[in-house]
Ligand binder design. Sequence first.
Ligand SMILES: Cc1cc2nc3c(=O)[nH]c(=O)nc-3n(C[C@H](O)[C@H](O)[C@H](O)COP(=O)(O)O)c2cc1C
Length: 368
Amino acid sequence: MRTRVTDMFGIELPIFAFSHCRDVVAAVSRAGGMGVLGALYFTPEELEMELKWIDDHVDGRPYGVDVVMPASYEGAGFAADELVGRLQSMIPEGHRRFVEDLLAAHGVPPLSSDADPGKVLLGWTDATARPQVEVALRHPIALLANALGPPPADVVDLAHSRGVKVAALASTPRHALKQVEVGVDVVVAQGTEAGGHTGEITTMVLIPQVVDAVDVPVLAAGGIGDGRQMAAAMALGAEGVWTGSLWLTVEEADTPEMAKRRILRATSRDTVRSRSWTGKPARLLRNEWTDAWESAGSPGTLPMPLQFMLVSDALRRIGRSGAAELATFPAGQIIGITSQVRSTRDVMYALVEEYTDALDRLGRITDA
Ligand SMILES: Cc1cc2nc3c(=O)[nH]c(=O)nc-3n(C[C@H](O)[C@H](O)[C@H](O)COP(=O)(O)O)c2cc1C
């Protein structure tokens, strides 16, 4: 397969795989696609170790790193050393009580006193993502991707000065144009079906609009789980696909067992766009957690990053307690077609085979 994207990165298959799991990232790149590691959950020190591991396991193939530098969030002007304290003080007591009451109603115990303090902010502020960018650019990455808005222009310039291409996720043609204005090389047009933060327009409607709006290559994201969907995306004008949910259940994935089991038996109706995880709309597994935030007794969600700061401990407690009915997780509608665990390599082969079959079928229709 050959598109501007395969030429840009020297890859055989225009298949990009977003994952927080280094094993998946390396396996996709080794199989001829491009693995992209989500840096969000890692401290700069942890990210350094993950990338070192990938460097050692990717057989010299290209891979990427994804950071989250939102265009807007609470506390954007706060200095790094006072960021957490000032943000913590902005969380209303009533919200903390709502979370405690919800956990108590489901019998979720507090964390033990020796539990590690956890991460309350993660990499979704400019101040926390920049150190991740610095670490990433010390490694031989081929791509730096950004979610939740155009990356800052100086970050784009820095990446380019190191020979690294830049991508950004867009959920409207207007977002895509803004990204091209700051110099991104590839637009990832992501439809509402996608897992994680997502907009309102479906992939089918979004891709042609973005392709028409920008002159850089477009990758289609959201709802791509087999080769038929990949063929459709390429027919809409995309020059590759960017996938996420598909990799949550592969053999190599380190997805928490509770989430993996739910994803394998979920249908495409079992996800919901909810602000209950981060404060911005994200598609999550729907369950009693997401329902509670929509209920009459809900105090409403807080803006990013306050909502995650409010719920991060609660989510850890839920994970440890095994309260599956509250354990939510970002996941896209495509989980309705993932019902078995396969290796990353098998998924890559299947995508190519199904894509080729789809094209053959279209060819037969056209020739008839
Ligand atoms: C568990 C999960 C976490 C995600 N986290 C991020 C993230 O940190 N940064 C990002 O750019 N995209 C993130 N995404 C979105 C993916 O990059 C991708 O656009 C999306 O999964 C594509 O749609 P799909 O889920 O239908 O394949 C996440 C997706 C999932 C499923």
